[in-house]
Ligand binder design. Structure first.
Ligand code: ADP
Length: 466
C-alpha cells in the first residue's frame, strides 16, 4: 500500500511538473509571437522601415521559440531558462535601441521592462532578477559610451532605471519570502497533524488500559464472592460423591430414586461452578467488539449471574423485562460491565447498612420513546445529596482506600455515551438508589434519548426472582 501510495504521489508530482513545463513553453512561444508582431509594427513607431531592427527582432523571436522548446522538453530548468531569456532580451533590446538612436531612442523605456519581465517569468528567484539588473545597467553604460552621450544624461536615466530595478528586486524577494513562509507553514501544519495523530493514538491506548484496569478491578471485587460461590456447590458435590461411594460400597443401593436425585444435585453443582468460571472468563477477556445489537434480557441475566457471587448472600435480585423489548445498540460486553458495576455498587451500599436488612435489587428493562430503558435499583441507603452531583466524576469514591477506585461509574457513563445513550442516578422515594440507562434501539438512527418522558407503567412484566 505504501509503495502504491508513493507511486501515486510520484505520478501526481510528474503530472504537475509536466503541466508547468507546458505553461512555460507556451509563454515563451507567445512572447516570440509578440516580438515578431512588434517588429512588424516598428515603422509606425520609428516612422520608417529599418531592416536591421526587423532582423534583430526575428532573431529574438527565434531564440524564444528555441527556449520554449528546450524548457517544454525539460532540457533546461526554470532559473537557467529565465537567465537565458533575460540575456537574449537584453542583447536584442540593446541592439534595437542602439540602432534607433541610443539613449535618445523612442524605444529606450523598453529597458525598464527587462528586470520586471524577468521577475515575472522567474518568480521567487533572486539570481535571474539580479543578473537582469546588472546586465541592463551594463548595456546602458555601454550604449552611453558607444554613442558619446554626455554622462549627465546617463545619470538621469540611471535614476529612473534604478527605481524599476528596486521594484523588480523587491517584488522577486517578497514573492520568495512568501513562498518560504508558505513552505514552512506547510511543514509546521504537517508536523502538528502528526503530533495530533500521535497523541490521539496515545489517548486511545491509555483509555484502553484504563478500561482494562477497571475491568480487572471488578474481577477482583468479585473474587471473594466467587470463592464463596464455588465453595458452596463444591461442598455438596463432595459430600454427595462420598455418600454415593458409601452406598455403592455395599452393592447396588436399594433406593435408586434417591441415588438419581443425589446425582442430579451433584450435576447441578458442577454446572453452577462451570457457569461461574465461564462468566468470569468471558468478563475478564478483552473484547473491544463493535456497536452490535445487544440482546438486553440475555445480558441482564449474564450480569445478574456474575454479580450473584456478591448479591446472593445479601438478598433477592429480581429481573423485570417487558416482552416488547427490542435489542439495544451497544457492545454487549460493555453493557455487561456497566450492569455488573452497578450491581456490585448496590451490594457495597447494602453491605454498609447497619443494622443490616435483606437486599432487594431490581433489574428492569422496557421500551421508552423508541429507546431501551434499563434500571438498576436497590433498597440500600441511597446516595447522599453531597455525593449525587459528583457521582460520575472519575476517581470520586466514598469507599475506604483499597476498596474503591472511583472509576466505575465514570467508565459506565463513558461506555453508555459511546453507544449514544445516557446514564443517570437518582434516589428512590421509598429509599435506596436507582440508576437509569437509556440506550438507542438497535437499527434506530442515532438520536439523543428524551429525558422528560415519564416511564410508562409496564404491562405483562416477567419478574424473575433469584
Ligand atoms: P467506586 O465504586 O470505586 O467508589 P464508582 O464510580 O463505582 O466508584 O462509585 C462512586 C461512588 O458512588 C461510590 O463510592 C458510592 O459512594 C456511590 N454509589 C455508587 N453506587 C451506589 C449505590 N447503589 N448506592 C449508594 N451509593 C452509591
Amino acid at each position: 500500500m505504501a509503495l502504491l501510495g508513493s507511486k501515486a504521489n510520484g505520478d501526481a508530482g510528474d503530472d504537475d511538473r509536466g503541466r508547468q513545463l507546458q505553461v512555460k513553453r507556451r509563454t515563451y512561444w507567445w512572447c516570440a509571437l509578440f516580438f515578431t508582431l512588434g517588429s512588424l509594427a516598428h515603422p509606425l513607431v520609428l516612422g520608417e522601415l529599418r531592416p536591421a531592427y526587423f532582423l534583430v527582432h526575428l532573431g529574438w523571436s527565434a531564440a524564444f521559440v528555441v527556449l520554449g522548446a528546450l524548457v517544454g522538453a525539460g532540457w533546461i530548468r526554470g532559473p537557467e531558462s529565465g537567465i537565458a531569456a533575460g540575456l537574449v532580451s537584453l542583447v536584442a533590446l540593446s541592439l534595437s535601441i542602439h540602432i534607433t538612436g541610443g539613449l535618445a531612442s523612442p524605444l529606450f523605456p523598453s529597458f525598464y521592462t527587462v528586470p520586471l519581465l524577468v521577475a515575472v517569468f522567474t518568480p521567487g528567484q533572486r539570481l535571474p532578477v539580479w543578473s537582469a539588473i546588472v546586465g541592463t545597467l551594463g548595456a546602458v553604460v555601454l550604449m552611453t559610451w558607444l554613442s558619446h552621450t554626455p554622462w549627465s544624461a546617463f545619470l538621469a536615466r540611471s535614476i529612473s532605471l534604478g527605481f524599476t530595478f528596486l521594484v523588480s528586486a523587491y517584488g522577486a524577494e517578497t514573492f520568495r519570502r512568501l513562498q518560504a513562509a508558505e513552505r514552512s507553514a506547510h511543514v509546521e501544519r504537517v508536523e502538528a497533524l502528526r503530533k495530533l495523530a500521535d497523541s490521539e493514538l496515545r489517548r486511545v491506548r491509555v483509555e484502553r488500559q484504563r478500561a482494562e484496569v477497571e475491568r480487572l478491578v471488578v474481577v477482583g471485587q468479585l473474587a471473594a464472592g466467587v470463592a464463596h460461590e464455588v465453595n458452596n456447590p463444591l461442598a455438596y458435590v463432595k459430600s454427595n460423591l462420598r455418600y454415593l461411594e458409601e452406598e455403592w460400597a455395599e452393592g447396588v443401593p436399594a433406593d435408586l430414586d434417591d441415588v438419581r436425585r443425589v446425582l442430579e444435585e451433584t450435576q447441578q453443582g458442577v454446572m453452577r461452578i462451570q457457569q461461574i468460571v465461564t462468566d468470569l472468563r468471558m468478563f475478564s477477556r478483552d473484547e473491544p467488539g463493535g456497536m452490535e445489537s445487544c440482546d438486553v434480557p440475555a445480558t441482564l441475566a449474564e450480569a445478574q449471574r456474575l454479580a450473584s457471587v456478591r448479591l446472593r448472600s445479601l438478598g433477592v435480585v429480581e429481573r423485570d423485562v417487558t416482552p416488547d423489548l427490542t435489542p439495544a445498540r451497544i457492545t454487549p460486553r460493555h453493557l455487561v460491565q456497566v450492569l455488573v458495576n452497578l450491581l456490585i455498587n448496590a451490594a457495597d451500599a447494602l453491605e454498609s447498612i447497619r443494622p443490616s436488612r435483606p437486599a432487594h435489587v431490581v433489574l428492569r428493562a422496557r421500551m421508552e420513546d423508541g429507546h431501551v430503558r434499563v434500571e438498576v435499583e436497590d433498597n440500600g441507603p441511597g446516595i447522599a445529596d453531597a455525593v449525587l452531583p459528583r457521582l460520575f466524576e472519575p476517581f470520586f469514591t466514598t469507599k475506604p482506600p483499597g476498596q474503591g477506585t472511583g472509576l466505575g461509574l465514570a467508565l459506565c457513563r463513558e461506555y453508555v455515551a459511546r453507544a449514544g445513550g445516557t446514564l443517570e442516578a437518582e434516589n428512590r422515594a421509598q429509599g435506596g438508589a436507582r440508576f437509569i440507562l437509556r440506550l438507542p434501539a438497535a437499527g434506530a438512527a442515532s438520536q439523543p434519548p428524551r429525558r422528560d418522558v415519564p416511564a410508562p407503567v409496564a404491562e405483562g412484566t416477567e419478574p424473575v426472582a433469584e
